[in-house]
Unconditional design. Structure first.
Length: 307
């Protein structure tokens, strides 16, 4: 049902109406059949007097629309344009907000908001999918090589198979409080926070030397993507773009469809307001080095080694 190898023109022909998009969104939101958001009753009355259909629960009479409880809730933008944006973001190259506004014919602010809400859904997908098995964690940075003050410190982690090939990848910014500005290094709590938040903690190796050969190409690919598609990304919104990159990459590594997964997460993720999406947060722009030797934190062993 969901297209993975269509051209953009073919995609627009397949989803050329609000009805076609609403039906696909219904399927993504309730893949096992309708469930009332209030009482979980499976049967409804269909009300079609509005632009988008309403579903009235036959048990409690609660009415819900197909976009209620999704990232599209409260949006007046046509579903056809939302679907076009999802399709373009699901493509390997992604798309910038300025280009998206031209392609789907909306204002830049609307295109930026649509893209940012889609990335928020992808971040929710990332939070529930920790790195498992044999995990390698390496420090990297994003920014200008010759201007260390402009570099953003990052940690990249990968689940490696028996051939030392990545099966899943995460790239995360450390919390500013975990970076020692005076000594210019990521402190132990920063790496431990990555392990706690993004791995199962079973077999984690953290390096203090050369980037693992399996992860090195990914570093350069994400750098090239950020620079070529967006002309660079600042610290404030960098994490959302890193999560978007990893979302597509991980599905590719698993040979899983990207668009259908993206649509699913957009359908089950509650919306955020423009104020929430644009609120300020602490960022850092300092260069850094990594730490250490063997350590045991909170019952989890991390082997630190040079490569």
């Amino acid at each position: 049902m969901f297209p993975e190898h269509l051209t953009f023109e073919a995609f627009c022909q397949q989803f050329n109406s609000e009805q076609a998009c609403a039906e696909a969104l219904f399927e993504a939101r309730w893949p096992d059949g309708f469930r009332c958001p209030t009482c979980l009753h499976p049967h409804f009355y269909l009300i079609q007097t509005r632009r988008l259909p309403l579903y009235e629960c036959r048990s409690c009479r609660h009415q819900t629309s197909v976009i209620a409880g999704t990232i599209m809730e409260g949006s007046s933008t046509l579903l056809t344009r939302w679907f076009q944006a999802m399709f373009l973001i699901s493509r390997p190259s992604g798309i910038s907000a300025s280009r998206l506004s031209q392609v789907i014919q909306v204002t830049y602010k609307t295109a930026w908001l649509i893209a940012r809400k889609i990335r928020h859904a992808l971040q929710q997908a990332d939070e529930g999918d920790p790195l498992t098995g044999v995990v390698r964690v390496d420090p990297i940075s994003y920014g200008y090589t010759y201007y260390s003050e402009a570099q953003q410190p990052l940690l990249i982690g990968g689940s490696l198979d028996e051939r030392d090939e990545p099966q899943q990848v995460k790239i995360k910014q450390p919390d500013p409080s975990h970076v020692n500005n005076a000594l210019r290094w990521i402190e132990k709590p920063g790496v431990q926070a990555f392990v706690n938040d993004h791995t199962d903690g079973e077999a984690v190796t953290v390096s203090r030397g050369r980037l693992h050969p399996a992860l090195n190409p990914i570093k350069w690919k994400v750098t090239a993507w950020l620079n070529n598609t967006f002309n660079g990304i600042g610290a404030k919104h960098l994490q959302a773009y890193l999560d978007e990159f990893c979302f597509r990459l991980n599905l590719k590594l698993r040979h899983a469809p990207v668009f259908s997964q993206l649509l699913h997460w957009c359908a089950v993720t509650p919306t955020l307001t423009y104020k929430d999406l644009t609120r300020s947060k602490p960022v850092l722009t300092v260069p850094w080095v990594v730490w250490g030797s063997k350590a045991k934190w909170k019952g989890k062993y991390l082997t630190l080694w040079n490569t």
